[in-house]
Design a protein around this ligand. Structure first.
Ligand SMILES: Cc1ncc(COP(=O)(O)O)c(C=O)c1O
Length: 473
């Protein structure tokens, strides 16, 4: 154990150095050929190596090539820096190495608290057992849509688990044009077929058009199909838009639809000052997917599926063979009865540590700070003369584009904004990603880092200008 103690001390130093010096490093840099070769093509050693040597390899070959999301000027996709408290306890979770499928030990018991805290933070009802941690929101979505699918089948007098879907009226899922791809992936995986996924158009603010949702449902009913679920977004990945949740809840209730909300990124936005009205109706959902590994900064991966009626997920997944029967289980049973995973990692520890360290007030400060940065960047864009804002700011994402001269329009403007993200990334001064909004190529900056400052926003705009010049614009 002395070897482990010594190497762990060195690893702790590396961790602290990494956090301490991250601002001085490039946000991201390409991996040089030699390190790429080491990372991708090394041979399995014939004989084992000392722990000290492994830590040295991690220092020199691994930690030099981060994705970049720990840096305060990383604004790509939806990837937060890790919370120090979460990082601190990760090795301890690994030291215990439980399977949190269920049973009487710290992991599953602490998961009950973490799920309740998450529901409480975002104001979602929490019946006992009303949720579980997952690898991320994609898996949470699979859990929720599987529960929705089975509920619809049972309502109609059949069992989707036993019979499969063939020979039954196709189940139809409604998703907005801005809904995340994980919704369609889940629908495909669950055998619904992407042909039965309706894409509901969005309004000028990129929110689901509820009038069109209503008419699409009516058309599908008239055609003999079975609308079964509408999936709204509380924070889209492109612009951070929050759908009109209350109105969608009404439509769901009127049409016997399961009301799912993808709050993977944006559910925590409800904590921003003045944001609550925008989230009205979130507490009416049958299920809410959210990602502690996004805005909260719990180290990856930690998603969560919250369910209004936990029995619905259990009806979709519970399968307890004799070798898993637990005489001591309480009435909620095991977590593995509520989702597809059997052996489950100890995700609760890093989520508990992160939320305990921040406290409710700390989460509120983080959300308000980052939401404020998005609004500030929007104002800077509006004042700039060479950038254009492309969507209202609702959460902590600013969607915009670069237009250095008014005569740059159409395909040329799209080509410029398509090329900019990679050029900015290569320079290493900031990290931004692009997307397509309607018919336009766009840039989007997502703010999740507690240490990002307004000066960093000025650097971002300067980096975009410099990168565009570098690639000939
Ligand atoms: C809005 C939204 N929904 C769902 C997901 C998928 O979540 P995960 O990557 O945790 O599976 C993401 C990921 O970025 C997202 O931003």
């Amino acid at each position: 154990m002395d070897e482990l103690r010594r190497a762990a001390g060195r690893a702790a130093d590396l961790m602290a150095d990494h956090f301490g010096h991250i601002r001085e490093e490039p946000v991201w840099r390409p991996v040089p050929a030699e390190d790429r070769l080491w990372l991708t093509a090394q041979r399995l050693p014939e004989t084992g190596r000392a722990l000290d040597e492994l830590v040295e390899d991690v220092r020199s070959r691994v930690m030099r090539h981060p994705m970049g999301n720990g840096h305060p000027r990383f604004f790509g996709w939806v990837n937060s820096p890790p919370s120090p408290a979460g990082v601190l306890v990760e090795p301890l979770a690994a030291a215990l190495n439980p399977s949190c499928a269920g049973g009487e030990h710290a992991g599953p018991l602490l998961e009950r608290t973490v799920v309740r805290w998450l529901a409480d933070l975002v104001g979602y009802p929490h019946p006992p057992g009303g949720g579980l941690l997952t690898s991320g929101a994609s898996m949470a979505t699979i859990v929720c849509l599987a529960a929705a699918r089975q509920r619809a089948a049972l309502q109609d007098g059949w069992d989707a688990r036993e019979e499969g879907l063939s020979g039954r009226p196709p189940l139809v899922l409604y998703v907005s044009a801005e809904g995340h791809s994980c919704l369609r992936k889940a629908a495909e995986l669950l055998g619904l077929g992407s042909r039965q996924v309706r894409t509901v158009p969005v309004d000028a603010a990129y929110r689901m058009d509820v009038g069109t949702l209503r008419s699409m449902i009516a058309e599908d009913v008239a055609a003999g199909l079975r609308p079964f679920c509408v999936a709204a977004s509380a924070g889209t990945v492109n612009t951070g838009a929050v759908d009109p949740l209350d109105e969608i809840a009404d439509v769901a209730a009127e049409n016997r639809l399961w009301f799912h909300i993808d709050g993977a990124y944006g559910a925590f936005g409800v904590l921003a000052a003045g944001a609550a009205p925008c989230y009205a109706g979130m507490d009416r959902a049958d299920s809410l997917a959210l990602d502690p590994h996004k805005w909260l900064g719990v180290p990856v991966g930690c998603g969560c599926a919250l369910l209004r009626d936990p029995a619905s997920a259990r009806a979709a997944f519970s399968l307890v063979p004799a070798y898993l029967h637990d005489e001591n289980a309480d009435e909620l049973g095991w977590f593995s009865e509520y989702g597809p995973e059997q052996t489950r990692p100890f995700r609760a520890l890093k989520a508990w540590a992160t939320m305990s360290h921040l406290g409710r007030q700390g989460v509120g400060r983080l959300v308000n700070h980052t939401a404020g940065l998005a609004r500030t960047l929007a104002a800077m864009v509006d004042d700039s003369g060479d950038f254009e804002l492309l969507a209202p700011v609702t959460t902590s994402i600013t969607a915009f584009r670069y237009r250095p001269a008014p005569e740059i329009t159409g395909d040329r403007l799209d080509a410029l904004n398509r090329a900019v993200p990679a050029a900015v990334q290569r320079r290493g001064g900031a990290f931004i990603t692009g997307t397509r909004l309607g018919t336009d190529d766009a840039l989007r900056a997502c703010f999740l880092h507690p240490a990002t400052t307004e000066d960093d926003l000025a650097v971002l705009l300067a980096e975009i200008r410099a990168a565009a010049r570098e690639i000939g614009w």
